[in-house]
Each structure stands twice: as C-alpha cells, then as structure tokens.
Design a protein around this ligand. Sequence first.
Ligand code: AMP
Ligand code: MG
Length: 267
Amino acid sequence: MDIYRVKPGTRIKLDDWDPNDKQAFPLSKKEGKKKLLQLNETLEVLQEKLYAEGKHKLLIVLQGRDAGGKDGTIRHVFEGVNPQGVQVASFKVPSKLELAHDYLWRVHQRVPASGNIVIFNRSHYEDVLVVRVHNLVPEAVWSKRYEHINAFEKMLADEGTTILKFYLHIDRDEQKKRLQARLDDPAKNWKFNPADLSERARWDEYTAAYEDMLSKTSTDWAPWYIVPANRKWYRNLVVATAIIGALENLNIQLPKVDFDPNSIVIE
Ligand code: AMP
Ligand code: MG
C-alpha cells in the first residue's frame, strides 16, 4: 500500500489525490467484496497470533470528514476478528474533565496494551482539525501540537507500538450523497447530525487542516495513508491490506511451551 503512504516531509495537496482511485485493486465491487472476505480471514489469524504472543501492540488511527466512512471501515475490516484483544476508542467532544487536562491525556489512556489492537475512531488529530477550524484554542497553541504529536507517537513506537494512520479521502459530492442517505433512510436518521452541515460549509478550511496534518505528521514510525474512500469496498481493501502487511512484518511467533505435548496423557 506504499502508493498511498505519505512520505515524511512531503507537502500534501489533497487535490492531487484521487478519491476514486482503484489502481491497487482493479476489481469490480463484487470481486472486491469477495476479496475482503479472504483478507478478513487472514486478519483474524494474525490477530489471534498477536494476542497469543502478547508482545506487540498495534494502534490504528482513523480520521476523515463526516460520512467519510470511519464506522463502516471498522465494521467491515474487523469483521470476524475475535473481539478479545481488539478495542475501539471513539473520541467525541471532550468532557469537562478531559478539557481540564492536556489534549493527549485522554488519548494516552486508550493506547493498546501488549498483544492488543486499538482502533482510534477520531483521535488526538481532532486537536489540530476541529479545534483549529473552530478556533477553540489560539493558533499559537494548536500550531505547536504537530511537534508534540510526533514526539508522543515516537515514544509509543519506541516502546513497542506499531502505528498506522488512515485518512479516509472522499470528495464533496460523495459526502453530499452519504449525508442525504442518512436523511432518506429512516434506519440511518440517527447518524445525521445537523451540525455536520456547518462542518461541510467549512470544507476548504478542513482541507487546509487535513493537508497540514498529513504533511507534518507522517513519520517513519507513524505513517499516514491517504485512502481513496469514495468506493467503500476499495477503502476497506486498502485499509485491511495495510494492516495485514504491518502485522506480517512483525513476524509474530506463537508462544513456545516448556513441555512436550506428545508426552502428556489426559486420563
Ligand atoms: P462522531 O464521530 O460523529 O460521533 O462525532 C464526534 C464529534 O466530536 C465530532 O464532531 C468531532 O469533531 C468532535 N470532537 C472530537 N474530538 C474533539 C476535540 N478534541 N475537540 C472538539 N471536538 C471534538
Ligand atoms: Mg458524525
């Protein structure tokens, strides 16, 4: 998934990234969905080994605009994975207690323990996205955060956490379609938040914030992937493949036992 990885130090312009791209998997939707089922099985086996070995930690960060597909990615990519050893941490508007602390406080509490995978549905990056776009803190404050975040993630990586970050890239038309679907389908009404429209009105400001985030915080130890996400099935394949690649690189070993299983007779 190297073609979607942001090389550290590159200046990102999102206009140059096609949200409809499908060059890594030139498949039909039907074939793509079938392929995901295979990847689900591979991921299930790798996650079980990660849990059994109990050594490595995997942190997956999902960011994207409203209706960008964060929830759907979690549902589809992790389908079939044993919930034991996988946690989702969703970051909402901070509580009073959270706001009384530094912005990484609530985040650090949710990072994975050994043998675990944690998926961040939104993350500390909100503190350079929504917080920046809405001037929730002055620029002098948020502008320092890129550096903090890189250092924080470096610490996690040095202490044994593999970090993968995915920006789910959709365009304005796709967002409109998805928000409209939340109005049209009664089963989806609950997902519609009228505030999403005022966020949508700030599309260009968010673009600038995302571009800065991607340009300043993609590192060797915690790379960003810009995932073409207009097609849900393609987005799922890209995310699943990147995760599987990272887990395979860890060369996980099942724990060695200190007995000879063949010598044991169970009466
Ligand atoms: P959702 O992901 O649809 O459940 O919405 C969560 C909301 O919480 C989004 O509007 C986020 O922008 C907002 N949010 C998350 N983190 C922060 C933060 N640090 N400061 C302000 N708003 C936040
Ligand atoms: Mg929402």
